[in-house]
Design a protein around this ligand. Structure first.
Ligand SMILES: N[C@@H](CCC(=O)N[C@@H](CS)C(=O)NCC(=O)O)C(=O)O
Length: 258
């Protein structure tokens, strides 16, 4: 259910490339094991192993796959188009992915983490496994305050601004860059799916261009085989019911931002 892994599987399936998956138990901290950290010192998924080569960073992996396996191209044919895709991916790396985590963890994952790591000592041991010090603080804040934390309160209005921007693009174009599916659409669609699972659809219910675009994306082979086929029902049920409980807080944050 990791949004970053979803986009890589989307690309693999859209291109019809053969691949084998290995599930990494994030909740159990398998991503912090010495074996995994040897592959990715940041301790995050996805990791692509292509023959002997280890490729990191989901957006980078998508572009790598498109470069190396040119069938069903997912990058535009012009320098301007490619530059527009890279801009959207950079915004995602700088902010959007962080804000999606800042919604998912406080709303949906926090209760499960607090149940598994059920003493302050166990929780701190879990947090200290995170290689990045800034991310440790982010996780501590989320675990201590849930949807009252500053990260959540910043993420909701900031994601609303991103959705405004996407809506503006999609009012004039069937896809985020030009008239064909690109890595930009593939990178952003799991975010919409995640917010939807978190019962946060209020954020784009007045944006028909986003609704139409996402329907188009969901009808692709890549989404069907790379994302929907891997849905885990009980994880989605947990996100949706916890998201329902947070709906009021989300609409208040959206209201304050107007
Ligand atoms: N910038 C990285 C972010 C990867 C990332 O944060 N992955 C999440 C899942 S979407 C993860 O592994 N989280 C586990 C953790 O942080 O403990 C990418 O795009 O690949």
């Amino acid at each position: 259910m990791s949004t970053c892994s979803q986009k890589v599987r989307f690309v693999l399936e859209e291109k019809g490339l053969p691949w084998e998956g290995k599930v990494v138990d994030l909740h159990g901290g398998e991503n912090f094991s010495p074996e995994f950290l040897k592959l990715n010192p940041k301790g995050v998924v996805p990791v692509l192993i292509d023959n002997e080569d280890v490729i990191l960073e989901s957006n980078n992996i998508c572009i790598y796959l498109d470069d190396k396996y040119p069938q069903a191209p997912l990058m535009p044919g012009t320098p301007k188009g490619r530059s527009d895709v890279r801009t959207l991916l950079q915004w995602m790396d700088e902010q959007v992915h962080h804000d999606i985590s800042a919604c998912t963890y406080p709303i949906a994952f926090r209760p499960g983490v607090l149940k598994t790591y059920d003493t302050p000592e166990k929780l701190e041991t879990y947090i200290l496994q995170v290689p990045d010090v800034g991310k440790r603080n982010f996780r501590r804040e989320i675990m201590s305050s849930g949807i009252e934390c500053a990260a959540f309160k910043t993420a909701v209005p900031r994601l609303a601004t991103v959705l405004e921007r996407l809506n503006h693009i999609l009012q004039n174009s069937p896809y985020l860059v030009g008239d064909q599916l690109t890595v930009a659409d593939i990178a952003y669609s799991p975010c919409i799916t995640r917010l939807d699972h978190l019962s946060m659809g209020i954020m784009w219910e007045d944006k028909p261009a986003i609704i139409d675009w996402h329907e188009r994306i969901q009808a692709t082979t890549g989404y069907e085989k790379g994302i929907r086929a891997f849905f885990v029902a009980n994880v989605i049920e947990n996100m949706t019911s916890k998201g329902n409980a947070a709906k009021q807080a989300v609409s208040e944050l959206l209201g304050q931002a107007k």
